[in-house]
Design a binder for this molecule. Structure first.
Ligand SMILES: [Ca+2]
Length: 364
């Protein structure tokens, strides 16, 4: 099974700016039934030809050679409706191009369509035929691909050509030019103020960006639409001011709510102390707009009260301490609570206490 094909070129001078190589037609030297013809076209090219207009019919009749049998095209009956196989769209009345007294379904089951190329009568017209009959495949190769219109337009096939219908904001033969800068929007948690000397978001438009209270701008403050219709920089974003990351105090727990980012503007943290401990300090801290916490981190202290006496025989004083460490410090070492609490937290107290203890005798 050897297939031959020929490229057919359009000679008429329908040139479009910057465009384009063109829509090409191919046909098989061998004959085959409809299904094989379609397979041959889709494997080697794009598909069986789908007739777009009268111009294309005339063109095909002119450039495709006459053969003993004619050519399958991409039209067949599906669920009783004449349908373009490539697009699955039904044949509309205005596009019908049947030969006289066709489609006649003469052999019953004439569900596929051939085109009479260079026939003595009805040139370029269509006939319904049995799909199992062997004919030449008449294929086309599309030129449109994803990059045909620079990704900025819809590519429309023409005979040996294509044209681009550009999306809004683009122009040029292949939509390669921008007609404006992209439309900018006010950033979340911020403000935008634009001036447009010509048209909105076009050449020399400039936009200034500010951030709301508690937010810091990341990126440049002013963008300008350049002669290439591109913004001079990326649009800035407004990020919440960040406070230090907090941790639950010793012997306590922390429960935080972060409306924007973790430990950032308007984050708030509630503090609780474990059973047997009481909180010293505020119950809730809030991250302020300047990135500082509204207060100091609270502490959890042991609740047990220890009373003891100090002083010489002529001078007796009752001392109350509210934590075990201070009591231990007095009982074991004779350090007064006010001396401890003024200088350090619990960890530092323990360290200093341990340093004061003599080495155990059995250490040698
Ligand atoms: Ca027929």
């Amino acid at each position: 099974f050897v297939c031959y094909s020929y490229t057919v070129f359009l000679l008429s001078g329908l040139a479009l700016l910057g465009c384009c190589e063109g829509w090409k037609y191919f046909y098989s030297e061998d004959t085959m039934d409809y299904d094989h013809a379609r397979k041959w076209c889709t494997e080697n090219y794009t598909d069986l030809v789908a007739i777009q207009n009268q111009e294309e019919i005339e063109y095909l009749n002119k450039v495709i050679p006459r053969m003993k049998v004619y050519y399958w095209i991409g039209l067949r009956k599906i669920d009783g409706i004449w349908t373009w196989v490539g697009t699955k769209k039904p044949l509309v009345k205005e596009a019908e191009n049947w030969a006289s007294r066709e489609p006649n379904n003469q052999k019953l089951g004439e569900d596929c369509v051939e085109i009479y190329i260079k026939r003595n009568t009805d040139q370029g017209k269509w006939n319904d035929e049995l799909c199992t009959i062997k004919k030449h495949a008449l294929c086309y190769q599309a030129d449109c691909n994803n990059s045909s219109c620079s990704g900025n337009g819809v590519c429309e096939e023409k005979i040996n050509n294509y044209t681009c219908r550009c999306h809004e904001g683009f122009f040029g033969p292949i939509c390669q030019y921008k007609s404006a800068c992209s439309i900018l929007h006010t950033p979340a948690n911020g403000r935008m103020n634009c001036t447009h000397p010509f048209r909105n978001f076009n050449y020399n438009s400039s936009c200034e960006f500010d951030c709301n209270k508690g937010f810091i701008r990341k990126g440049v403050g002013t963008l300008r639409c350049t002669e290439f219709r591109e913004w001079s920089a990326l649009q800035p974003v407004c990020q919440a001011s960040e406070c230090n990351i907090l941790h639950a105090p010793a012997y306590g727990s922390m429960n935080c709510f972060h409306p924007f980012k973790n430990f950032s503007y308007n984050s708030s943290c509630d503090f609780d102390c474990n059973k047997g401990f009481i909180r010293k300090g505020v119950g809730t801290l809030r991250c302020t707009e300047s990135g500082k916490w509204s207060d100091l981190l609270p502490k959890c202290q042991g609740r047990t009260n220890f009373y003891f006496f100090t002083g010489k025989t002529d001078h007796v004083k009752v001392i109350l301490v509210t934590d075990y460490v201070s009591w231990l410090a007095w009982e074991r070492l004779g350090i007064l609570p006010e001396e401890l609490e003024e200088v350090a937290g619990e960890r530092e107290v323990w360290a200093s206490l341990l340093k004061l203890l003599p080495p155990r005798p059995d250490l040698g």
